[in-house]
Design a protein around this ligand. Structure first.
Ligand code: KIV
Length: 284
């Protein structure tokens, strides 16, 4: 296997091989997904929902995201590590956007991702000028679900499809190295993929993108409910419940721990201890 995947390697995959990206939020899972051979790990703000139990991605803040990014980075993955900019970390001003994106790199990310189209161009240009690789994210942008009217399909109608294509072009022009296209009509994702020179990464937008991304908890079946576009490759929900049920049963029935899970005092010392305490020399 080759060494660390760089942004340059990532871009060069377009048209040559499909890109597999997945989210991870901590050291342990970063090690696992990296061992499985993913090209990129997205430390997504989806952590708000799948790790922290919030109803949307809005509540997660920079400090929490930086903790997740540094945890993933400590796994020293071969995969490209992308830190997701949380809501309100890049909207207020160009300065704040650059500073916060820089903190992601300091925490160990190789690049950042932010949501939005043409309206983000100025911030993306400033970040790239500062030496920060940026991934765009268009179509369904979950941080804007309130103005979008929910987590709905995007690009089904002409006007919306045209706007998403324009956004993709504006992002490329601003200097992003790749674009996530979420929950968008397959035709729109295909046109964008053909019209931009950088990789497109689909989630719920069909097979024609240069790569795919899934939320790890959906892929592993940790949550019972998954979005319609996600595919469960395992049923960790069932496996975890079954394993912990067995543990509970064994504790309740004194079956755990077994001989192999504990150790004894030295015989002589035990006998002396028992004598000192005035106890019977109980069989061990
Ligand atoms: O936060 C996330 O997991 C994402 C993916 C859905 C692309 O942004």
């Amino acid at each position: 296997m080759q060494g660390k995947i760089t942004v340059r390697d990532f871009i060069k995959k377009k048209g040559k091989e499909k890109i597999a990206m997945v989210t991870a939020y901590d050291y342990a899972f970063a090690k696992l997904v990296d061992a499985a051979g993913v090209d990129a790990i997205l430390v997504g703000d989806s952590a708000a929902m799948v790790v922290h139990g919030f109803p949307s991605t809005i509540p997660i803040d920079m400090d929490t995201m930086l903790l997740h990014v540094s945890s993933v980075a400590r796994a020293k993955p071969r995969a490209l590590v992308i830190g997701d900019m949380p809501f309100l970390s890049y909207e207020v001003s160009v300065e704040e956007a650059v500073r916060n994106a820089g903190l992601m790199l300091k925490a160990g990310a190789d690049a950042v991702k932010l949501e939005g189209g043409a309206e983000q161009a100025e911030k993306i240009e400033a970040m790239v000028k500062a030496g920060i690789p940026v991934m765009g994210h268009i179509g369904l942008t979950p941080q804007r679900y309130l103005v979008l009217g929910g987590y709905r399909r995007r690009g089904k109608k002409l006007g919306e499809a045209e706007k998403i294509i324009e956004d993709a072009k504006a992002l490329e022009e601003a200097g992003v190295f790749a674009i996530v296209i979420e929950f968008t009509a397959v035709e729109v994702a295909k046109i964008i993929t053909e019209e931009v020179s950088i990789p497109t990464i689909c989630i719920g937008s069909g097979p024609y993108c240069d790569g795919q991304v899934l939320v790890l908890h959906d892929l592993l079946g940790i949550n019972e409910q998954v979005p319609p576009f996600a595919k469960k490759y395992a049923d960790l929900h069932g496996i975890v419940i079954e394993a912990v049920k067995n543990y509970v049963m064994e504790v309740k029935n004194s079956l755990f721990p077994g001989e192999e899970h504990y150790f004894h005092m030295k015989g002589e010392d035990y006998r002396e201890l028992v004598k000192k305490l005035g106890r019977q020399d109980e069989k061990r």
